[in-house]
Design a protein around this ligand. Sequence first.
Ligand code: PAF
Length: 280
Amino acid sequence: MNIVNKISELRLALDECRGRGCSIGLVPTMGALHEGHASLVRRSVAENDVTVVSVFLNPTQFNDPKDLERYPRTLEADCELLEACGADIVFAPGVEEVYPEPDTRCFSYPPTDSVMEGAMRPGHFNGVCQIVSKLFSYVEPDKAYFGEKDYQQIAVIRRMVADLGFGLEIVPCPVIRQADGLAMSSRNTLLSDEERQTAANIYRVLNESRTLGLSVQQTHDYVVKEIDAIPMLEVQYFNIVDGDTLADVSSWDEAQSIVGCITVFCGEKPIRLIDHIRYK
Ligand code: PAF
């Protein structure tokens, strides 16, 4: 496994691969890797000749400096996991390498980037588009792999790919869950044992809500009421939306695919946990 920090080194390595006719898969990450990331990397390794994993804690997508400060940084352990998964190239640049100048580009893909996380974290998806578009330009992958855990992020990136005409395939990969249903996330390591156990109720309630035969509004109210009733958990938002545009729906026959997207505050710090459930 080749670990590179410079864009020029990355390009050199990839030109050589392309010269041999190799297909290239890209897995963008911010490090603090877990089994969820490992599943993306393994899939890319299975589907491409060469897999590049970027490990870059992108400052422009954090609208809260405290969130950026406490984000776990574990490059050494990350590289061990990536080696074990069969990654070929790790691209781990410094901030100055990626942003020699402040990135002043503005991306806007409403409603995908203006609702939910977009409304709660102004500028977040602009930062995601800034870094992901740069990574796509550096790597020029055939396929790029993203976890469905960040459901909204994939919808925004799809719009950006269509807008800028990147000739690559976005491959969404299913959420990897702990045995009790909690979606794997780098932020889970910030939870105490008690918070961690309580957090499993989020997916339990989401799952239950699928089986009750309620209307969209009733489903919404049920999920919010049940989760808010659990000590240490507080719903920030729960939106039941069209799975492609992310616009709110008010009836189950309003869209072909319908997804419930939730963000819950957990514990005292508090830690924001994101999850979603597919209704159809
Ligand atoms: O999903 C993430 O970890 C990040 O948003 C991404 C796509 C790596 C961009 O920094």
